[in-house]
Write a protein that binds this ligand. Structure first.
Ligand code: ZN
Ligand code: ZN
Length: 132
């Protein structure tokens, strides 16, 4: 399967760029789901009155036609796409995994397997850094 890197952050619900051990790395992203109704918008969290996305909302909403779908339905269809260099065997490849954090060495993470050595690689939740 061919993965396409997002050209704009607006297309993504999630994007991260990580350094791993031994010069490995992982770039991971999740595309927003295309609206099944109007096919013009991409579903995201509804926008609150103050202009920010309502992260606690139980639905995703199309910004164009306001069509809504529940979180569970949307999130079960989304995939995390990863471009990586394996920290164990240095293999460079691409992978996909479910949009759901699983336990990885005691930490919630998106977990995928190296296509060459089969070792599991986790993309853990990023710790908040202080702003510059
Ligand atoms: Zn729509
Ligand atoms: Zn590997």
């Amino acid at each position: 399967m061919e993965l396409k890197k997002p050209s704009s952050m607006d297309e993504c619900l999630y994007f991260t760029n990580r350094s791993l051990d031994n010069e490995g790395y992982a770039v991971a992203w999740v595309y927003r789901k295309e609206c099944p109704k109007c096919k013009k918008g991409r579903l995201g969290k509804p926008i609150k009155k103050d202009g920010k996305a309502d992260k606690k909302a139980v639905v995703y909403e199309c910004p164009k036609c306001k069509y809504q779908e529940p979180n569970d339905k949307v999130e079960s269809e989304l995939k995390v796409e990863v471009e990586y260099q394996c920290p164990y065997c240095s293999f460079g490849g691409r992978a996909t995994t479910e949009y759901k954090r699983n336990n990885f060495e005691g930490v919630p993470a998106y977990v995928f397997e190296c296509g060459k050595c089969g070792k599991k690689i986790g993309i853990t939740k990023k710790l908040k850094k202080t702003k510059k």
